[in-house]
Design a protein around this ligand. Structure first.
Ligand SMILES: Nc1ncnc2c1ncn2[C@@H]1O[C@H](COP(=O)(O)OP(=O)(O)O)[C@@H](O)[C@H]1O
Ligand SMILES: [Mg+2]
Length: 288
């Protein structure tokens, strides 16, 4: 059994010795890494607005692009996203804040922020110290140098660095045609999700980039989207049941594009394993 949020008297030396490289990013966080640890920078509200605006622009453009262009864009989102983000940042800067807050972008921001705060709270309450999440350590506030803007960060928490995201692992295996391995990893993802359900938490944001790989284990990287409310789980599962292709929802659309039979098998398996009855079987009665 691991200890709950290990408290250290100072930050590990590898965090303070060099300048940490940017390792990954999501809508709300940018992640920097040393050899064994990662630290997270929370984006500001206007940065998150810009991210959402950039994604909306991509979506809108894809719809008007001929097939291959759209596909190309989804396959290399980082390059396009960088360009669009410059445009998005300019837009966010010139339009008054109040207009954003009351727009669809504002709604998405509120949803993200709400899910992120609640998820963190639930992860500490139900998952800290278990094998569902990477190990976390805390230490007195420490100034850490990072590559790129703003050059440094003050943090008091670090998370065990995983080998990579489940998305990247599955993408590499699929590119090599190793679909049996892909299926093994997706089975491990289901095992992890069941472990969370048994503890009365469910992720409504189960994109493969929110999960990491440690040896032969899958862990939850992003607590944002965790809920402990059974009605919300039911609503989410009802929506999922209506979705024709769960693998697309989870970010596997591009990866499994050339393997329709794997995609179909995955969708069947997923509908069989992630539905109201299955989740209810694991869900603790005291949380209903
Ligand atoms: N412990 C970790 N080890 C390695 N990479 C990580 C770790 N935590 C996060 N990341 C990377 O950072 C990205 C963003 O982190 P995440 O917590 O999902 O932020 P957001 O809330 O913005 O989505 C992840 O998709 C992943 O690529
Ligand atoms: Mg995320």
């Amino acid at each position: 059994m691991r200890t709950l949020l290990e408290v250290m008297t100072e930050a590990p030396a590898e965090l303070t010795e060099g300048r940490l490289k940017r390792l990954g990013e999501g809508v709300g966080k940018v992640v920097y890494a040393s050899n064994h640890w990662v630290v997270k920078r929370e984006r500001t509200t206007s940065e998150i607005f810009s991210m959402i605006v950039a994604w909306k622009m991509i979506r809108r453009m894809e719809r008007h692009l001929p097939g291959d262009w759209g596909r190309n864009m989804r396959q290399h989102p980082s390059r396009q996203l960088r360009m669009l983000r410059v445009a998005a940042r300019a837009m966010v800067a010139v339009v008054p804040r109040g207009v954003w807050y009351s727009s669809h972008v504002g709604d998405m921001w509120r949803l993200y922020a709400h899910r992120d705060t609640r998820g963190e709270h639930l992860a500490v309450k139900h998952l800290a110290g278990t094998s569902v999440v990477p190990e976390t350590i805390t230490f007195p506030p420490t100034r850490i140098r990072i590559s790129g803007w703003p050059g440094y960060l003050t943090v008091s928490e670090a998370t065990e660095r995983v080998e990579g995201t489940l998305y990247d692992r599955v993408a590499v295996l699929a590119a090599k045609g190793l679909f049996e391995q892909v299926e093994i990893w997706l089975e491990r993802l289901l095992e992890l999700r069941r472990a969370a359900w048994r503890r009365g938490v469910f992720s409504v944001d189960a994109h493969l980039r929110n999960f990491g790989v440690v040896h032969s284990r899958v862990v939850l990287l992003d607590a944002g989207g965790l809920t402990d409310r059974w009605e919300e789980v039911e609503q989410h599962l009802a929506k999922l049941a209506a979705a024709a292709q769960p693998h697309v929802e989870m970010g596997l659309g591009e990866i499994l594009r050339d393997a329709p039979s794997v995609a179909r098998r995955f969708d069947e398996k997923w509908k069989e394993s992630v539905n109201r009855e299955a989740v209810s079987y694991y869900w603790p009665d005291r949380y209903r």
